[in-house]
Design a protein around this ligand. Sequence first.
Ligand code: CP
Length: 305
Amino acid sequence: MTVVASVGRSLLGLEGISRPALEHLLARAAEWKRAMGDGTLKPVLGGRFVANMFFEDSTRTRSSFEMAAKLLGAEVLNWTARGSSTSKGETFLDTVRNVSALGVAALVVRHTASGCAQLAAQAVDVPVVNAGDGTHEHPSQGLLDAFTLLERWGRLDGRTVVICGDVLHSRVARSNLHALRTLGARVVLCAPPTLMPAGFDALCETRHALDEVLEDADAVMLLRVQLERMAEAFFPSAGEYARRFGLTAARAARMKPDAVVMHPGPINRGVELAPEVADGPRSLVLQQVANGIPVRMAVLERACA
Ligand code: CP
C-alpha cells in the first residue's frame, strides 16, 4: 500500500511527518490544554460541522474527537455504520462522498480496512483525519501518547519506550514508532515472533521477551491483544501470553523507579496488563485519554484552518 502522511490538511498517518511539524502540533495541543484549564477557549470552528464517521467501534477516539470539535465551537455530525445506508449496499466511497456533500468542514474516519482514510482523502475535497484504519495507523493516538510523555519528561531524547504486545495488528504501535522516534526516543518493539511483522527487525530494535527490556524502559506501552483481527491462533492461550508478555505486578516492580506504564485502551485486564498495574501509580492510562481532547483540538484546528 502507498503510504501518504498527509494530503493537504488531512492527517492520514505520522510516517514521514517532520520533527518540526510534530512539535508544532503538540505545542498547539499544549496551548489548547492551557486554554481549557483557564477558561480562554476560542470558538475558532464556530458555524462549521465536523463529521465523525466510524465504520468500526470506538469509545475514546470518537468521544474525544466529538468533545474536541465542540470545544472549538463546531457542530458534530455523528455518523455510524449501524443504521446507515451501508446496509443497502452503499459503498464506502459513496458514503464519504455523500456526507462530504452535506457541506462539512472535515471528515474524521475510522475503518477496519488499512488505507481507507487515504482512499477517502482522495475521493473528497475536504480534509480527512484518520481515526484508525485497520492495522495501518492511528495518528491522533500516536500524537496523544507523545504529548503525554512530553508532559511527563519535557523531552523524549535519550528516553527508551518499549512497545509490547500484538505489534502485528497494531496501528497504535506503528503511529507511535514513527512519532516517538522522530521526536528522539529509542523505541524497542517487543512481541511473540508470531505477532511481530516481518521485516520490522530491520526497521527498529525488536525483542521477543519483555523480561529482556523491562529494566531499560522509561516507559512500557502495552498493546491490546486484538482477538477480533486474528483468524488463527498466534499463541497457545491467554495465560501463556500473559506469562511471557503481560505486565504483571511482579514485573512492574522491576522497572526503573520513575518509569511509567501506558496503554491505548481498551485493556484486556489480566492478559497484557495486570489490573493493579493499570490502576497503579505508574499508570498514565487515564492521562492518555484526557490528553486526547487537546491533541484532537490541534488536529481539527489544523484540518479546518
Ligand atoms: N485507543 C483507542 O483507539 O480507543 P477506542 O477504540 O475506544 O477509540
